[in-house]
Design a protein around this ligand. Structure first.
Ligand code: PRP
Ligand code: URA
Length: 209
């Protein structure tokens, strides 16, 4: 699929399998999500531009590569996005953070916004929107719409698991936003859950129901 990258690294796939297992504890689920976030962050930032700066090593002066330009924004779709966010911040601690509070109405599957806070200069930055699950894509589409209204114009969407229906809906709504995912599962069930999936990511992360 155009504009969609499936990160099929063996370590990602191995950890994802443990996360899918319903016997995996809340503590392990959270730890694995953070670890996978490191690996996904590596892929989603692979083409960031570098510039050269002069430094002194203990041996001599050298021209060394460093990230160019303004820093990143990681935009977490609450709640479950925070699991990915933590791992991303481990790798890029200076990134700015946006929070978008959305929950899915269980009956309509439409997102309901309850919080929005983003850096004022999102227009000048690469914004990586993170949420472990892309199911119907209603939440991800709404989050990206909201960030675009705030001025963001350079975005990527990063998730752990997606449904084919969600990937199709998201890329149709936002063809300018590349998608990175660890897996595209079989389908959505009648309740809008990804199958085989891993269940409700927020509940599994925080031990709620
Ligand atoms: C989950 C998930 C996504 C959304 C995906 O959040 O983290 O945000 O559902 O579904 P969609 O693609 O059909 O919109 P949920 O609404 O359960 O909120 P939570 O993270 O607070 O549990
Ligand atoms: N949200 C989740 O957490 N899991 C799904 O399978 C679908 C939406």
């Amino acid at each position: 699929m155009e504009n969609v990258t499936v990160v099929d690294h063996p370590l990602v796939q191995h950890k994802l399998t443990i996360m899918r297992d319903k016997e995996t504890s809340t503590a392990s689920f959270r730890r694995l999500l953070r670890e996978i976030a490191h690996l996904l962050c590596y892929e989603v930032t692979r083409d960031l531009e570098l510039e050269t700066v002069e430094i002194e090593t203990p041996m001599e002066t050298m021209q060394a590569p460093t990230l160019k330009g303004k820093k990143l924004v990681f935009a977490s779709i609450l709640r479950a996005g925070n699991g990915l966010l933590e791992g991303m911040l481990d790798l890029v601690p200076a990134a700015r953070v946006a929070h978008i509070g959305l929950y899915r109405d269980h009956d309509t599957l439409q997102p309901v916004e309850y919080y929005f806070k983003a850096p004022s200069d999102v227009a000048d930055r690469l914004v990586i929107v993170v949420d472990p699950m892309l199911a119907t894509a209603n939440s991800a589409i709404a989050a990206v719409d909201r960030l675009k209204r705030r001025g963001a114009n350079n975005m990527r969407f990063l998730c752990l698991l997606s449904a084919p229906e969600g990937v199709a809906a998201f890329t149709k709504a936002h063809p300018d936003v590349p998608v990175f995912t660890a897996a595209i599962d079989q389908k959505l069930n009648e309740q809008g859950y990804i199958v085989p999936g891993l269940g409700d990511a927020g509940d599994r992360m925080y031990g709620t129901r």
